[in-house]
Design a protein around this ligand. Structure first.
Ligand SMILES: C[S@@+](CC[C@H](N)C(=O)[O-])C[C@H]1O[C@@H](n2cnc3c(N)ncnc32)[C@H](O)[C@@H]1O
Length: 215
């Protein structure tokens, strides 16, 4: 399957999952320390882009708790609709992260929480270059990624744990790969964090958290 079809497939999957997503997905509770560590780099009122924001919980938290100016985007119309229903004042719109419609140097930071994982390998660099372009000088980027824990695990379509009939493409990215991507797209790595999967509610892959800065 080519990249275009893979992304279309995941878009359809999120349109189906939108209503369940908010109640079923609890990763943010496990990831809090990494998210907080990243957001501590920013000052209130700075501009952040939440890419693949889903139903908007973290975007809303960034507005209310961290007092950031948040712009959120997501590819799935239904995820965007759910976010707007829950948080009417949230600035969220439908947009593909591979084709950002923002002026260069618009944001102090870009937050990419478990959404780059849906971009097939040949397109990852394109997305990182887009992020680089919309960041202000020395701007920050954050990724939450799914890391393979064995050689058997490959980029593929995996069953969604809370809705087995739906399969989703996951690009598993290891430390070597992310370091190469960052280097190629002119980011300096700041730190990497990890935690194990909560296999009852999440994909079995370890989670990797990456903060980097535009060079
Ligand atoms: C695992 S969810 C994460 C949602 C949110 N960041 C969170 O942590 O709760 C991945 C999200 O990425 C979105 N997504 C996938 N491909 C995308 C693309 N090419 N452009 C923008 N969003 C995309 C999906 O629609 C989905 O809402």
């Amino acid at each position: 399957m080519n990249s275009k079809n893979i992304i279309h497939q995941d878009k359809k999957a999120y349109d189906i999952l939108a209503k369940l997503y908010k109640t079923k997905v609890k990763s943010a509770e496990h990831d809090h320390r990494f998210i907080e560590k990243f957001l501590s780099l920013l000052e209130p009122k700075q501009e952040i882009l939440d890419m693949g924001a889903g139903t908007g919980e973290l975007s809303y938290e960034m507005v209310k708790k961290h007092l950031l100016k948040v712009t959120a985007i997501d590819l799935s119309k239904k995820m965007v609709r759910m976010a707007k229903n829950h948080y009417p004042e949230l600035n969220i719109q439908q947009m593909d992260m591979r084709d950002l419609k923002f002026s260069p140097k618009s944001f102090n930071a870009v937050f990419v929480n478990y959404s780059l994982i849906h971009i097939p390998e040949p397109e990852v660099i394109k997305v990182l270059k887009q992020i680089h372009k919309v960041l202000k000088p020395k701007g920050y980027v954050y990724f939450s990624l799914q890391e393979p824990i064995s050689k058997k695990q490959e980029d593929d379509f995996y069953e969604v744990i809370y809705k087995k009939q739906v399969k989703m493409f996951i690009n598993l990215i290891d430390e070597k790969e992310i370091r190469q991507y960052l280097k190629k797209s002119k980011f300096k790595l700041l730190w990497i964090g990890r935690r194990e999967s909560d296999k009852k509610t999440e994909y079995p892959f370890n989670k990797m958290f990456v903060a980097a800065q535009k060079m």
